[in-house]
Design a protein around this ligand. Structure first.
Ligand code: GRF
Length: 187
């Protein structure tokens, strides 16, 4: 049974899909969410963890001397909970080398990487870029995390079609459905 550490900055719907898969889906008996960590105190992902009796940890950047110290605190929480795989699920901060070098880490991105990824490409910015580029298809990508944003080797991708009347909201909703399918599979 592999212990997962999930990092979130927001709603945590992907976290929910992972927790559900661990309890009654594809990850049952194979993985469990051991800890959820956020840089945002009010992140709903932390509340989702608490509702599932999973340790929910807020790490405050204001208490840290810099990004390396902040990542060190996260690393200690992950070690304390014996995490074997770190899953980024809507986590918006860059990881420092002390964390990158200590764990296997995966991320989900709401587009078909290597297109429409990189610094600043998150949330509605991604879907707006896809629509502005008049792409016929978009989708979701799960990939290994390295020192660059949205850059490591791709594990799995799934496509959705983009219609001419899609807005960033309707496209985000379509992509999120496939995110929830492929993230547990990739794990
Ligand atoms: C998802 O679209 C994910 O691909 C991206 O951030 C969003 C997080 O959504 N990295 P949620 O917090 O899992 O609902």
């Amino acid at each position: 049974m592999i212990k997962l550490g999930v990092l979130v900055s927001g709603s945590g719907s992907n976290l929910q899909a992972i927790m559900d898969a661990c309890v009654s889906g594809i990850l049952k008996g194979k993985a469990e969410v051991a800890v959820v960590i956020s840089n945002k105190k009010e992140a709903f992902g932390l509340e989702r963890a608490r509702r599932n009796n999973i340790p929910a940890v807020f790490v405050d950047r204001k208490d840290c001397g810099g990004p390396a110290e902040f990542c060190e605190k996260i690393k200690q929480e992950l070690l304390k909970n014996k995490v074997g795989l770190v899953c980024l699920a809507g986590y918006l901060l860059k990881l420092e080398t002390n964390l990158l070098g200590s764990f296997k880490i995966v991320n989900i991105h709401p587009a078909l990487l290597p297109k429409h990824g990189g610094k600043g490409m998150y949330g509605h910015f991604v879907h707006e870029a896809v629509i502005n580029a008049k792409e016929k298809e978009s989708g979701a990508t799960v990939h290994w995390v390295d020192e660059h944003y949205d850059h490591g080797n791709i594990i799995v991708q799934q496509k959705v079609s983009v219609s001419t009347d899609d807005t960033s909201e309707t496209l985000a909703a379509k992509v999120l459905i496939v995110e929830h399918e492929i993230y547990p599979k990739a794990i």
